[in-house]
Design a protein around this ligand. Structure first.
Ligand code: NAP
Length: 294
């Protein structure tokens, strides 16, 4: 039976470490870090994500602000708010919760965020720095996966890492980070996507498989090799008869994969909470940079 990579437990440890730092900052009579969020429309998942981020801020002692807009908001209005947050001396970092409605050009919005406040790490300047292995904000989900691999001391050097999905926020940055000259990293990386033929030929040869495609239970036990490390990023809401009306399902068929893998992340309680903790870590980093630069 595989070791469970307990993201919930590790994320609590990381948030505790952040809380200790924030308590020291406040004891020194300095203001706490401040994260702001822009939420557009009433997408249930987006609302839940933002609510969680606000809860995390409370837990670690950050101040938080939420700016909500209706789904009919204009691009100009959003850009105006971003400009205001860019200039605010009181706000260290902010996020624009994605996806955005069709009338808004997502690229334009991301480009408008001051890279020094881009705690999601989505701005091309930060993505470029990451790719060049320069210090910057790493996108929260890949950053969380690195932290989990590090805390469990998973050997990544010289290993074959197969990533399924090439999104800008997970798969693509993850492929760069696993191939960097560092720990975790130094892996030989294969980045797969929907046009990859015979994907199981890649996954069967992988020491580490990272799934980020959004297809419930896609990866089966027979698609991985004995002793593989399996990291499941996928979160899909699948309808059920519970009070909520849905449950969260990963891309990995946990039952069959956990019989074969040496280590595996659960859903929920794996990568999700790690992502949340790393946003807090990035905000603390933004705070330290901005306050000490003043
Ligand atoms: P996305 O933008 O939805 O893209 C999905 C990627 O998977 C695309 O690159 C697509 O290929 C690829 N793909 C789709 N079907 C495939 C198949 N059958 N075989 C191989 N590749 C396939 O991805 P995302 O935003 O990264 O989200 C992926 C999943 O992770 C979702 O369930 C999302 O909810 C979850 N997620 C979780 C967290 C977390 O904190 N745990 C954070 C972010 C996302 P093409 O490029 O060819 O279309």
């Amino acid at each position: 039976m595989a070791t469970i990579l307990d993201g919930l437990k590790v994320s609590k440890e990381i948030k505790n470490e952040i809380r200790i730092e924030v308590d020291k900052i406040v004891a020194d009579r300095r203001r706490p870090p401040h994260l702001a969020a822009i939420l557009v429309g009433n997408n249930g998942a987006s609302q839940a994500y933002v609510r969680n981020k606000i809860t995390d801020c409370k837990e670690v002692g950050f101040k938080s602000s939420l700016f909500t807009f209706s789904s009919t908001v204009s691009e100009a209005e959003l850009l105006e708010k971003i400009e205001e947050l860019n200039k605010s001396k009181d706000i260290d970092g902010f996020i624009v919760q994605l996806p955005l409605p069709k009338q808004i050009d997502q690229e334009k919005i991301i480009m408008a965020i001051d890279p020094r406040k881009d705690v999601d790490g989505f701005h091309p300047e930060n993505f470029g720095k990451m790719a060049l292995e320069m210090a910057t904000f790493l996108p929260a989900t890949p950053f969380g996966i690195l932290a989990l691999l590090e805390r469990y001391q998973i050997d990544t050097k010289g290993k074959h890492c197969v990533i399924i999905g090439r999104s800008r926020i997970v798969g693509k940055p993850m492929s760069i980070l696993m191939g960097r000259k560092d720990f975790p990293g130094n892996s030989t990386v294969t980045l797969t996507h929907s046009y990859t033929a015979h994907i199981e030929e890649f996954t069967k040869n992988a020491d580490i498989v990272i799934t980020a495609l959004g297809d419930p239970n896609f990866l089966k036990g027979e698609m991985i090799k004995n002793g593989a490390v399996v990291i499941d990023v996928g979160i899909t809401r699948v309808e059920d008869t519970s009070e909520k009306g849905y449950k969260l399902v990963g891309d990995v068929d946990f039952e069959s994969c956990s019989e074969v893998a040496s280590a595996i992340t659960p859903v929920p309680g794996g990568v999700g909470p790690m992502t949340r903790a790393m946003l807090m870590k990035n905000t603390l980093l933004a705070y330290k940079t901005s306050v000490y630069n003043d």
